[in-house]
Design a protein around this ligand. Structure first.
Ligand code: VGL
Ligand code: ZN
Length: 209
């Protein structure tokens, strides 16, 4: 409908990994449905970047690392509230694999995050302590990339946090809503949309591009 895709646009594909697909340890409903359309969209972008959730074994975000706690409970850590998750995307394991060979082939950058044992990182820009930078903002700036189209998993966690940080770093930020799928625990999807809207993140559909 009307984006002239430009050389300074980037498609950021968030966490399209085995553990987030149906059958995975932190399966996102319908996660598999977005793979083919993202691959098709990626062909139209001059710049394709991927993020990859990449946790240490026994990572602090895992319920299994907290005695007596269960997955999807909320706890308070040094850096703030943390949802506890089933073990997922442990570095080097099959569950952490990015599921699309065409995207891996096309990607200029695969940005790993969540590899500090004591800090989670939903965002591709900044870890959950809200201080530790991943380097993505500097990468985008040095490459002169200005407008970011964000797709992938999950809408209400890694897509949302990545989009909010993208906007706060001054990038024009668009989330392609139908090329994401949500975990939707405890109202998280409604909250994520409200946060995106108030941060000036545009929500569009794939057919708009
Ligand atoms: C994610 C929960 C835990 C995501 C990653 O990719 O949205 N969610 N780790
Ligand atoms: Zn994770």
């Amino acid at each position: 409908m009307g984006f002239d895709l430009r050389a300074d646009d980037a498609l950021i594909v968030v966490d399209l990994q085995v553990d987030f697909l149906p059958g995975g340890s932190l399966a996102v409903n319908g996660g598999d449905e977005i793979i083919a359309p993202i691959e098709a969209l990626a062909k139209r972008f001059a710049n394709v970047l991927l993020t990859q959730d990449w946790h240490t074994p026994g990572h602090i975000s895992f319920a299994s690392a907290h005695k007596g706690r269960r997955a999807f409970e909320l706890i308070e850590l040094d850096y703030g509230p943390q949802v506890l998750w089933p073990d997922h995307c442990v570095m080097g394991t099959p569950g952490a694999r990015i599921v699309s060979e065409p995207l891996l082939e096309r990607a200029q950058l695969v940005l790993r995050k969540g590899y500090h044992h004591e800090v989670d990182s939903y965002s591709g820009f900044r870890e959950a302590d809200r201080r530790t930078q991943t380097g993505l903002a500097g990468y985008l700036r040095e490459r002169g990339l200005k407008r970011l189209f964000i797709v992938g998993l999950a809408t209400d966690f890694c897509v949302n946090w990545t989009a909010l940080d993208a906007a706060s770093n001054g990038f024009e930020t668009l989330v392609v809503e139908d090329l994401t799928r949500a975990i939707d625990t405890d109202g998280s999807l409604t909250q994520a949309y409200a946060e995106m809207d108030s941060a000036g993140v545009r929500r569009i559909g794939a057919s708009d591009i």
